[in-house]
Write a protein that binds this ligand. Structure first.
Ligand SMILES: Cc1cc2nc3c(=O)[nH]c(=O)nc-3n(C[C@H](O)[C@H](O)[C@H](O)COP(=O)(O)O)c2cc1C
Length: 391
């Protein structure tokens, strides 16, 4: 007899439904910390609405009785063109959240990317043996610290290094200001009363609180609490970074080097001359520069600029299998998702993330079947309605 399906899985039938379950599970300020964007959240909203403006032209008679969703990316086979993107403090959503989501990614046959700002350390994740695993870093004012994180990732055999270039100053996240959400989180009496309703999260996380910090920033003999390390992190951000820093990392890192946060075609073209192996078109989930172009909107310009010489990935607002299909049709090699895996964690830990990934796989498979695409290679611009053009 098959196991009964848990209620949360039935109610979490889509990514949007999982978001609502996460909202119900988390204290408001914690939910908003992940859900929110910068300033007026125009870019945050645009990341999702832009997908609604693209119309698909299916070709059902191509016949797609079986569908192969797998791709090859940086020498590894992935079961589908999806990667769990880097998110700081994932361990705030579930105990050892980064490890739980990495295990879910491996079970689903996809890659995961650890954030510089993870609760667990580079070494903790490597210790699980989960692969493929990517590591994300910033260019810090203390270049030695960037080199140190890179060295640690190299020593731990991470499969790729992601250099995020759009977090060179702290984004102005006004939901966090309104909620009084700081690091470490402090709660008003009203928020604490509300939190009574979130008892399972509180009980689950209570013993974790002392360990919730930016694990990679801890130094022997120095305070390692979240406040101290958040301060250190903020003081290290550097809007003065440049291509010379990319060159420095390129020399140091032996594997694939991926630039994350590229929106401008000229910057993408230039990346080719600096030995970059891949680009992630991204606006950091609308959390940094409000008004920045959506990932999907900027994607075609970047794809054109790199002329197929390196893979171009995209993130921001991918909430449906059809969003993945549209991204691929516009030239992306794969997509990343960030918030949705945090919602999965908040709802049911590793099982929740597995569930989220299964939703994407199911929806992409259905979208491909309905479009008559039996493989990822069969997805192209010809499947999109282009006004003024005959396909
Ligand atoms: C809570 C949170 C923390 C994040 N932390 C990082 C980070 O440490 N490094 C990074 O490159 N991007 C970070 N991002 C951005 C994501 O990797 C991703 O670019 C963005 O959220 C877009 O995807 P989404 O719409 O699927 O959330 C973070 C996003 C969220 C929501």
């Amino acid at each position: 007899m098959s196991e009964p399906v848990p209620a949360w899985q039935r109610r979490g039938y889509s990514i949007a439904a999982m978001r609502e379950l996460a909202r119900a599970a988390l204290p408001g300020p914690v939910f908003d910390f992940a859900d929110g964007g910068a300033e007026d959240e125009r870019t945050l909203r645009r990341n999702e609405t832009v997908f609604g403006e693209i119309e698909v032209l299916p070709m059902p008679l191509n016949g797609a009785a079986t569908r192969d969703l797998s791709i090859e990316l940086f020498g590894k086979r992935l079961s589908m063109p999806l990667i769990i993107g880097p998110t700081g403090l994932a361990g705030l959503f579930w105990p050892k959240g980064e490890l739980a989501s990495a295990r879910a990614a491996q079970a689903a046959g996809i890659a995961t990317c650890l954030s510089h700002g993870s609760v667990c350390t580079i070494e903790d994740l490597a210790g699980t043996g989960v692969a493929p695993r990517w590591m994300q870093v910033f260019i810090f004012k203390d270049r030695g610290f960037t080199r140190e994180l890179t060295e640690r990732a190299q020593a731990c055999h991470y499969d790729a290094l992601v250099l995020t270039i759009d977090n060179q100053m702290l984004g102005n996240r006004e939901r966090d200001i309104r909620n009084g959400f700081g690091i470490p989180p402090r709660f008003t009496p009203l928020q604490l009363a509300e939190m009574g309703l979130k008892a399972p999260w509180l009980l689950r996380m209570r013993s974790e609180f002392p360990r919730i910090t930016f694990g990679n920033y801890a130094r022997p003999g120095e305070p390692a609490d979240l406040k101290a390390l958040a301060g250190r992190m903020a003081s290290l951000l550097d809007p003065g970074m440049s291509w010379a820093d990319v060159d420095g990392l390129r020399k140091q890192w032996k594997g694939p080097l991926i630039l994350k946060g590229v929106l401008h075609p000229s910057e993408a073209r230039r990346a080719l001359d600096h030995g970059v192996d891949g680009i992630i078109v991204s606006n950091h989930g609308g959390r940094q520069l409000d008004g920045a172009a959506s990932g999907l909107g900027a994607l075609p310009g970047v794809v054109e600029a790199v002329e197929g010489r390196i893979p171009v990935l995209v993130d921001g607002g991918i909430r449906r299998g059809t969003d993945i299909l549209k991204s691929l049709a516009l030239g992306a090699a794969a997509c990343l998702v960030a918030r949705p895996h945090l919602w999965g964690l908040a709802v049911a830990g590793e099982a929740g993330v597995r569930h989220v990934l299964a939703i994407y796989a199911r929806e992409l498979d259905r979208a491909m079947g309905l479009c008559g695409a039996s493989s990822i290679a069969a997805i192209g611009q010809h499947l999109l309605l282009q006004r003024g053009r005959t396909n």
